[in-house]
Design a protein around this ligand. Sequence first.
Ligand code: AOF
Ligand code: ZN
Length: 359
Amino acid sequence: MAAAIRLSRWNTGRTSTNPSVGCLVVRDGVIVGRAVTAKGGRPHAETQALAEAGVLAQGATAYVTLEPCSHHGHTPPCSEALIAAGVARVVVSVTDPDSRVSGRGLAMLRDAGIDVETGVLEKEGRAALAGYLMRQIKNRPHVTLKLAISADGMIGRLGQGQVAITGSIARAQVHVLRAETDAILVGGNTARADDPELTSRLPGLEDRSPIRIVLDPRLELPLDGKLVSSAKTVPVLAVADEEDLAAEAVPGGFAFRRSTLDGAGVEVLGCDPRNLGSLLSALASRGISTLMVEGGAATARSFLDAGLVDRILLFRGPGEIGGTGIESPLTNANIPAQYVHVRTDRYGEDICEEFERGI
Ligand code: AOF
Ligand code: ZN
């Protein structure tokens, strides 16, 4: 199951709104079929792994990270395919909360005389499926707050755009995180001060950039900035105040800025940027299952205050910023009690501490 979960991560961020599921078909201790949900969400993992196994699937064990589906959706049910292939045993990590499945897949397999075990490595399985589960159960994306802080607890320097806090290895890891997430969000101040691009730029991961979202109540995103300039290649969503959006067209005013941004390929979403709960459900309706919040301080604080952060990644660099620094809303010392420390990773001189709370 651990191998199936690792395999499932291959397409994390590429299968929305479907989860990225891993499946291994094992016969006499040998893996005879392996697959992950295809890019775009279909075909599902099981049918591909069974196709690879062919006749060797007879009497084999299938390890699947999510309960095999039981519904006729875009594809026929995977449970039927497992039964038809003559699999003897199915081992599942997480049951599927999708109301079309939720236990029916397991029941179909058991009714056909297949030995079924569930809940195997469930904690790890749920972590790999966190975005899918959150969207299904709470109708919002799973939210990761990522902050890079200096040794003296600062996230940047006032009036100075981007400041290097972590080194190149940690920054490469951030690009991996971006590739895995459906969307990335920053506040309007950060978009203006830092002029970030927010894409995934590691070799081999360039086609896996997330949708970029900016909280931009007054539509003040600079037209010559990196976000707007690249909006026709990687989508940008500007979240503007709904009331202002409805206001009448004034030359040079809000409606004008909206149409200029439209022309540059930036989509404007009318939604109160201060009501983060309603914003997140709007994003979930668009199929966004995972969201990474990359700052700045005020945006991070508002997500924390609204109780909308599921996972915290605190990258810490060795240098100090000093008196002109912008204080981080979070340091190791004030992580709220509901988050548990799950791991520490080292990236060169930098450290990343991960904290999470249960779904
Ligand atoms: C599986 N194996 O690899 C995945 C599953 O729209 P459809 O027909 O593709 O169905 C989407 C649902 O299928 C999704 O909500 C979830 O319940 C399940 N995803 N199931 O057996 C897979 N990706
Ligand atoms: Zn399926």
